[in-house]
Design a protein around this ligand. Structure first.
Ligand code: GLU
Length: 473
């Protein structure tokens, strides 16, 4: 918990929820049910470390809501993990899934460790034991609760989880769907790795394409030429930076633990990543200026600020100094409610986490569907589409007597690969969600900010789902 916060992360999610609930018509009891965390599994288990010591590991899995099954949400490895944090993150998952129409309840897991102070072998033992504990309590399974990567975890950990699960459940035909974010060779889907960053890009691009919104912010329409600051060069930050740069924006600063770097001419995230890998630090990148204090990057002059690291990094203390016009919450909960109020008063647009970073879970949904259907996307239609396109193009050329260029031919003939379908499914999802939230906001001028509009959207969808379920006697 940050020093400036009089309440916990979960309480701050509750506050945002309550603020939005006033703009809905659901009865009090139903709102209480939507807000509550349904199941909380707090566990301790011993793991023998490489030096022979036994360490007691503290870990959690929270299922916030089962209004839709399975529950869904990542597992984080961090020293900051605590029950309150996992509860808050699990709640955000429920709302996030509802907004992007992903038919899951919210869940989240956490293991209180610093992954950098453990060997790969120790991490594998911790992950496998954690999975076994989840299996024992029926807290994991393709129809129960499906974890995924989060802060401090990635494909490698997901591979350990699916392997542990499958060996404890022999013969379970859908075992691969017990976790998402797996390597492609282990049942993963192409496009999952970059999904959250790409979703962040699609979401902000859609906002930037809205002339009325840009006019209010005093910005031009579109992302071309916009200056961007990214905090965090992990999977989400890296890919957000990549897609903005590729679309013609300028990533002028990147921040990490050890400090931040600035270059008005723009940075290339891959070169920065390689530099950090080689030297162990983001600092002293050729052509860039060092900012010794990492958080100073949050206060730089820019059009778009993307906090893509941890929660509470922008709070009542530093928010008044933030100069960005748009803040895209790629991380979960990077702003405290005080920061929200400051930005809302200043007319800074905060594009909220629970829908903006939904790209990860959206593509996780695609991965889960792939696992249940046991077939790769595009396998059935790729060749058919190519043959058909070839035929259509041939007819057009014959009828017109003209030929298209070779590069046009390649483009037109191309049948969809898995990654094409995943990216377009994600693009459609993010555009639709952005428009839906903006519509709610426009239709109710009393709604103070986009986060509240997103919560209203989520509450209405989860509320409808609960109301339709009725109450089990
Ligand atoms: N950890 C990601 C999130 O917070 C992804 C969750 C998932 O794919 O289930 O949204």
């Amino acid at each position: 918990m940050s020093e400036h916060k009089p309440y916990s992360f979960f309480q701050s999610v509750e506050r945002s929820f309550d603020k939005a609930a006033k703009f809905t018509n659901w009865e009090k009891g139903l709102l209480e049910q939507i807000k509550a965390c349904n199941s909380i599994y707090s566990m301790r288990f011993p793991v023998k470390m490489d030096d022979g010591r036994i360490e007691v590991i503290e870990a959690y899995r929270v299922q916030h809501s089962q209004h839709k099954s399975p529950c869904k949400g990542g597992i984080r490895f961090s020293e900051e993990v605590n029950q309150d944090e996992v509860m808050a993150l699990a709640s955000l998952m429920t709302y996030k899934c509802a907004i992007v129409n992903v038919p899951f309840g919210g869940g989240k897991g956490g293991i209180k460790i610093n992954p950098r102070s453990h060997s790969t072998y120790e991490l594998e033992k911790i992950t496998r034991r954690y999975t076994a504990e989840l299996v024992k309590k029926n807290f994991i399974g393709p129809g129960i609760d499906v974890p995924a990567p989060d802060y401090g975890t990635g494909e490698r950990e997901m591979a350990w989880i699916v392997d542990t699960y499958a060996s404890l459940k022999p013969g379970e035909i859908d075992a691969a769907g017990c976790v998402t974010g797996k390597p492609v060779t282990q049942g993963g889907v192409r496009g999952r790795k970059e999904a959250t960053g790409l979703g962040v890009f699609f979401g902000i691009r859609e906002v930037c394409n809205m002339p009325d919104v840009m006019q209010k912010l005093g910005l031009t329409v579109g992302v071309v030429g916009k200056t961007v600051v990214v905090q965090g060069l992990g999977n989400v930050g890296y890919h957000s930076a990549k897609f903005f740069r590729e679309a013609g924006s300028k990533v002028v600063a990147i921040a990490e633990y050890e400090g931040a770097i600035f270059n008005a001419a723009g940075l290339n995230e891959e070169e920065v990543f390689q530099h950090r890998k080689k030297t162990g630090s983001i600092l002293n990148f050729p052509g860039a200026t060092n900012l010794a204090k990492s958080t100073d990057a949050l206060e730089l002059e820019c059009d778009i600020l993307i906090p893509a690291a941890l929660e509470n990094v922008i709070n009542g203390e530093n928010a008044p100094r933030v100069k960005a016009k748009i803040i895209g919450e790629a991380a979960n909960g990077p702003l405290t409610p005080e920061a929200d109020e400051i930005f809302s008063a200043k007319g800074i647009l905060v594009v909220p986490d629970m829908y903006l970073n939904a790209g990860g879970v959206t593509v996780s949904y695609f991965e889960w569907l792939k696992n249940l259907s046991h077939v790769r996307y595009g396998r059935m239609e790729k060749r058919f589409t190519e043959n058909m396109n070839n035929h259509i193009l041939g007819q057009i050329e014959e009828l017109t007597g003209k030929k298209v260029t070779d590069s046009e031919r390649t483009f037109i003939l191309h049948g969809p690969e898995e990654v094409d379908l995943v990216h377009s499914g994600l693009e459609e999802t993010m555009i639709t969600a952005t428009r839906e939230i903006m519509e709610i906001w426009k239709n109710n001028p009393d709604i103070p900010d986009m986060r509240t509009a997103a919560y209203v959207c989520a509450i209405n969808k989860v509320g409808t789902s609960y109301a339709e379920l009725g109450i089990f006697p």
